[in-house]
Design a protein around this ligand. Structure first.
Ligand SMILES: C[S@@+](CC[C@H](N)C(=O)[O-])C[C@H]1O[C@@H](n2cnc3c(N)ncnc32)[C@H](O)[C@@H]1O
Length: 386
């Protein structure tokens, strides 16, 4: 049984339509760029109108191994019929389409690239197993929980408040390469300076650890300024050796509480931090919610011509901040209203988007024109100085 390969099966799994290679034809009349090239401008982005399997296949020759971040927000398969697309495929057909799409995406990803997929409870568990099959379980990074609502759904006794964002790398431990986030104002408020340290505000952090791999040098008693001796708490050790601790003590980086008697903690100075790490919980105060996304879309297209299921620009900004740097290539093959391209563009990333529906013309093109012209001052424009 050891090393047995577990797979998700469904009716028709082995029926694989052969994808004929297609050539992408440029519609030069629709090409659009700013009249002058600014420092941030990137002139070579692509919007592809068509089915994503065919489009991804067509991109393979030029872009295999070059895409730094793929974000997809596929139809969640909830059984809904939205104004611009249907969201109710038979479960096994949905799985087959997703499998084919994931395989193509994997080939396009750079070795240090990552894939981010938004999805809800209807299909997330099946999609997780499917992604494990295509990407390998070892390349699973996270199931980020995004708080998409602002309040409970009154129609339901137990209502959904979040979407999942499944994150995979092409290689294991990709998260080590993710960028840190800028330290937000809310987090900065945790930093104080009760001892007037000339290095400025700091926050104290615990430095106890689990004993599993601890060495003898991590079990020592720390003498607080008032003479009280503190061993590590019951069942724990210190995370640093006594030698390191002494050095930090000399540098005034240890805090024993206002009374000088408490168990010690380390001082972490705001001035020495380059950024903060992200975690798996993304609250809507940080990355917005569906209502904010709707407002952004209404501001762009008017309430009479909305797109039903856009993602907020701040959510996309968070993903691109973590997974990419300026100039990197971002791909979204379920583009919808074009949020990924709009945000990538404002953040100086290159982008490729694919969309099958007519809203490719009615929504994405006008949206990106506004971004390129600088007349879209909504979403993240002001924050990124677009
Ligand atoms: C949930 S929406 C994406 C919304 C997008 N993230 C946004 O912010 O506007 C999913 C989109 O995928 C598109 N889609 C569905 N199947 C597709 C396919 N086979 N090829 C290309 N696009 C497809 C739908 O038309 C729809 O616009």
């Amino acid at each position: 049984m050891k090393n047995q390969k577990l797979e998700l099966t469904w009716i028709g799994k082995d029926k694989r339509p052969k994808l004929e290679a297609r050539i992408l034809l440029e519609d030069a009349a629709k090409s659009y760029h700013a009249p002058t090239r600014s420092e941030q401008a990137i002139f070579d982005n692509r919007l592809i109108f068509g089915d994503n399997l065919l489009a991804l296949k067509a991109l393979e020759q030029e872009f295999a191994g070059r895409v730094k971040c793929v974000f997809i927000d596929p139809p969640y398969n909830t059984g809904s019929a939205f104004a611009h697309y249907d969201d109710g495929l038979e479960h096994s057909i949905w799985l087959a389409l997703m499998r084919d799409c994931l395989e193509l995406i994997k080939r396009l990803l750079a070795d240090d690239g990552s894939l981010w997929i938004t999805i809800d409870d209807n299909e997330v568990h099946y999609l997780k197993v499917l992604c494990d099959e295509v990407f390998g379980r070892g390349n699973f990074v996270a199931n980020v929980v995004w708080q998409k609502r602002t309040s409970p759904d009154n129609r339901l006794r137990l209502g959904n408040a979040h979407d999942h964002i499944l994150v995979y790398g092409k290689q294991p431990l990709i998260h080590q390469k993710f960028n840190q986030l800028e330290i937000g104002e809310a987090r900065k408020k945790d930093f104080k300076n009760p001892d007037n340290d000339p290095r400025g505000a700091w926050a104290s952090t615990d430095f106890t650890g689990m004993t599993g791999h601890a060495t003898a040098s991590q079990f020592y008693k720390i003498t607080a300024p008032n003479g009280k001796k503190h061993p590590p708490p019951e069942g724990r050790c210190w995370a640093i050796s006594e030698l390191t601790f002494e050095k930090l003590l000399q540098e005034n980086r240890v805090w024993f509480g206002k009374d000088g008697n408490s168990r010690s903690r380390l001082k972490r100075f705001l001035s020495e931090m380059e950024g903060q790490n992200a975690w798996f919980w993304w609250g809507n105060d940080e990355v917005a919610h569906n209502q904010e996304a709707k407002k952004e879309i209404n501001a762009l297209f008017g309430a009479k011509n909305p797109f039903d299921t856009p993602k907020p620009e701040r959510l996309m900004k968070r993903i691109l901040e973590l997974a990419t740097n300026p100039g990197d290539l971002v791909l979204d093959s379920f583009a919808g209203s074009g949020t990924t391209g709009a945000v990538a563009h404002k953040m100086g990333r290159c982008w490729i988007m694919v969309e099958l529906g007519e809203h490719c013309y009615t929504h994405i093109i006008p949206r990106l024109h506004k971004v390129i012209d600088g007349t879209d001052q909504g979403g993240i424009s002001k924050v990124v100085n677009w």
